[in-house]
Design a binder for this molecule. Structure first.
Ligand code: CMC
Length: 389
């Protein structure tokens, strides 16, 4: 009853109030809990930023230490959950493996499912933060046929994840501090982005009082889409194809502008940013630094930079206010770190996890919380008669 507002893609509809992340898309501003992303990227750590997003304030040193230690104590996966990875085809994409395993956490950790029990919510929070990087690394190990290592809780989250991803029982693995720092910073940049597609999914599923594992699993599936988190993988595939086909960035841009076969410049454009994505600015600087030090594929970086340069000067992109987004340069960095393309979106998911958790918790505590239930404008048949009656 009453009138319904038609807003496909929720371009103008605020579905919630939130005190977590602020974006000004015209000015290219992003803040978590009031702190500018540039400052967090420079001074914070991923664990500290996760704490800030979830609890609203920066932790004191002892709060941070307690939080970190608690996460370290929860890294082990239930042994039977490890058997789960054997059920997928070897070439399975790690994103659906990740979402399935996160969904399966509801079956292994049934004591932390009540969305309204503060202790259970705390436990689920810590379990997810601790176990998701381990699940992600195991999905990778499975796909390359290597054994899964046990986590080493003397290491922090990022180091442990790198060791689980790249270490083998045959050789000790010492994560390169440069890679640890760069990955930590990239995770900070991805940690929240207000009501994006995956976060809105987490909220919509959570609005039915679904538990945190179920809600986050749904968010992971949304993030898998190439218009969302899947774009970082799609960018690298695009750069590779341009290289392999031997076409110039200019020729590729013509295809994009003519919308040939629906081809888009992946890693460009954003629903909210109508200016340079502030995260992309930081990522670009990191890409330069890390590719120089690690010796990444310079030719692909070169193609990316030429595409960006052309796009920023082209009327098609200027009129539509299309700028590089966070996904444009991240793939090149992940590649230089040694991750295969299929892992790129998984890295995004590890980064976004604190945001999903913070938003889910905010929803559960919201006195105005209601089940999400969009309306529609019906365009089908009027009533008709079933034949023979
Ligand atoms: N390349 C070429 N044209 C584009 C692009 C692009 N990357 N992005 C938007 N356009 C055009 C689009 O065709 C449309 O043109 P027209 O007015 O002639 O029909 C106009 O710009 C407006 O685009 P839209 O699709 O209506 O905008 P949207 O807000 O619905 O979509 C977007 C936002 C991010 C899905 C889109 O820009 C896109 O598909 N980009 C490529 C994928 C990508 O990089 N996604 C990552 C997003 S950022 C982080 C994340 O979520 O992972």
């Amino acid at each position: 009853t009453g009138s319904v507002t038609y807003d496909p893609g929720f371009v103008n509809t605020a579905a919630t109030k939130s005190a977590i992340t602020y974006i000004d898309g015209n000015e290219g501003i992003l803040r978590y809990r009031g702190y500018p992303i540039e400052q967090l990227a420079q001074g914070s750590t991923f664990i500290e930023t996760a704490y800030l997003l979830i609890y609203g304030e920066l932790p004191t040193p002892s709060e941070l230490d307690a939080f970190d230690q608690r996460i370290r104590r929860h890294t082990l996966l239930h042994e039977e959950l490890k058997g789960f990875f054997g059920g997928f085809p070897r070439d399975a994409h790690p994103m659906p493996v990740l979402s399935s395993a996160v969904s399966a956490l509801s079956t292994f950790y049934q004591d932390s499912l009540d969305p309204f029990d503060p202790e259970a919510v705390e436990l689920s929070t810590v379990r997810l933060l601790a176990k998701m990087p381990v699940i992600a690394a195991y999905a990778h190990k499975k796909s390359i046929g290597q054994p899964m290592l046990y986590p080493d809780n003397s290491m922090g989250l990022v180091e442990n994840f790198l060791r689980l991803s790249f270490g083998t029982p045959a050789e000790p693995y010492e994560p390169d501090p440069l890679i640890v720092k760069a990955l930590d910073q990239l995770l900070i940049l991805h940690a929240d982005h207000e009501q994006n597609c995956s976060t809105s999914t987490v909220r919509l599923v959570g609005s039915a009082n679904a538990n945190m594992f179920a809600s986050v699993s749904a968010g992971i599936n949304a993030l898998f889409g190439p218009l969302h988190g899947g774009a970082n993988e799609a960018v690298l595939n695009m750069l590779r194809k341009i290289q392999a086909d031997g076409i110039s960035p200019e020729e590729f841009m013509e295809k994009v502008k003519n919308k040939e076969d629906g081809v888009k410049l992946m890693g460009f454009g954003h629903r909210v940013y109508k200016n340079y994505d502030p995260r992309a600015r930081i990522v670009k600087a990191t890409a330069d630094e890390i590719l120089e030090k690690l010796g990444g594929n310079d030719e692909l970086l070169d193609i990316a930079k030429r595409l960006e340069e052309k796009a920023l000067a082209d009327d098609y992109f200027i009129e539509r206010k299309l700028y590089p987004n966070v996904d444009f340069y991240t793939g090149l960095i992940y590649k230089a770190m040694g991750f295969p393309e299929k892992m790129f979106t998984v890295l995004f998911a590890i980064g976004r996890l604190p945001g999903w958790i913070a938003q889910w918790r905010e929803l559960m505590e919201d006195p105005e919380k209601k089940i999400g239930r969009p309306r529609q404008i019906y365009t089908g048949q009027g009533e008709r008669q079933y034949p023979g009656l």
